[in-house]
Design a protein around this ligand. Structure first.
Ligand code: M6R
Length: 358
């Protein structure tokens, strides 16, 4: 049950440190990534990786796909519902990775079936042991987040992103043409601190007062670049689904190509810092010039904080994990905004936890 919590979502946000420790447990040894049933060399034949997913899982897949490309492996991320029309060539050297918390999402299962019919090899990254995705795929990796009851995906996003980051290192280690990132060791080392850093965010967050301050706004925008883009999209999805307020996420550099027309004093802009954030900073300044309140989601000493009216602070960490800490702050903002608006947080109207129709 939800115990002392008012909502499952609050519990699921709050238990992320434990969920993440379970996700990581035993998977990094002596600077190498190991997955239970997938021996070294298992991805040696992989030439291209196609991630397929929907909703929040798609945002986690964006994260993974960017990391894999930066390790020199060809990778793309496709919306599972668009797979039929948008997937490029697939063969036996294609690994299709289905990212699905429930393992039952019809669009995602359909995309995997289409890819495997054309000869691709498949891997399910899921939370549910024995789910359809886990059973149908050639291999499965579990994110080990524990059961998630709230319709809004929270802890499973964090665990998916970490699992996928680890998977990219496992794949890059096997693929002969890959160029594993130089600071791989530092990245894996700082992963050990992630559960503690999430704990710090949970203990020190000012998300509730921030939500209260901006609750009467017209619209809420989330911007980021690189890994921050996926976090911006996820921040906006969470916000709209549980508050019923209009929210949108953008790649920071896209703001001036259209959405800036919507920016006023009544549209707070959450600027998400994940490391290389020059574009996020300059575009946040553009929005600020148009009167928008800017909320930096960033470490205290980050340059983006200078361009902001308010801040949701995150601990300093490796850039690969910073976006996950920013995302926890955004989960909390959405939760508190929805609570202030008295929305049915765990069961938003019109939505289902697992979407088993196409
Ligand atoms: O079970 P899945 O991960 O395949 O679900 C995909 C989406 O329906 C899901 O991530 C949805 O977007 C979230 N519940 C939104 O919070």
């Amino acid at each position: 049950g939800k115990g002392e919590y008012d909502h499952y979502m609050a519990k699921e946000i709050d238990t992320q440190p434990t969920a993440l420790s379970n996700t990581i447990e035993g998977r990094v040894e002596n600077g190498n990534v190991a997955f239970e049933d997938l021996p070294v060399g298992t991805f040696a034949d992989v030439e291209t990786v196609q991630f397929v997913a929907c909703g929040t899982s798609y945002h986690a897949a964006m994260y993974g796909s960017q990391l894999l490309r930066s390790a020199g492996v060809r990778a793309e991320v496709l919306r599972a519902s668009e797979y039929e029309q948008t997937a490029g060539p697939v063969d036996e050297n294609t690994l299709v990775v289905a990212v699905t918390q429930s393992g039952e999402t019809a669009d995602t299962l359909d995309a995997v079936r289409r890819a495997t019919d054309r000869g691709a090899r498949s891997l399910a990254v899921t939370n549910v042991v024995g789910s359809t995705a886990a059973r149908e795929a050639d291999d499965a990796i579990y994110i080990r987040a524990g059961p998630e009851v709230g319709v809004a995906a929270t802890k499973t996003f964090s665990s998916q992103a970490v699992t996928l980051a680890l998977l990219t290192q496992r794949i890059a280690a096997d693929v002969p043409t890959a160029t594993p990132v130089d600071d791989r060791e530092a990245m894996l080392e700082s992963l050990e601190d992630l559960p503690e850093h999430v704990e710090t965010v949970l203990e020190t967050t000012n998300a509730e007062s921030l939500a209260r301050e901006y609750i009467d706004s017209d619209s809420y925008f989330f911007i980021g670049n690189g890994l921050g883009h996926s976090v911006a999209l996820e921040g906006a999805l969470k916000f709209k689904e549980i508050t019923y307020e209009h929210a949108e996420g953008f790649a920071a550099g896209e703001l001036k190509h259209g959405p800036l027309a919507l920016v006023t004093q009544e549209t707070p802009v959450f600027a998400i810092a994940t490391g290389d954030d020059e574009k996020t900073k300059t575009n946040a300044i553009e929005a600020r010039t148009r009167g928008a309140p800017i909320v930096a989601v960033a470490p205290d000493d980050h340059p983006i904080a200078d361009a902001a009216d308010r801040q949701l602070s995150i601990p300093d960490t490796h850039p690969v994990w910073a976006g996950l800490l920013a995302n926890v702050q955004l989960q909390l903002v959405s939760y508190h905004a929805a609570a202030l608006l008295e929305r049915p947080i765990d069961k938003p109207r019109n939505l289902a936890k697992s979407v088993t129709v196409e």
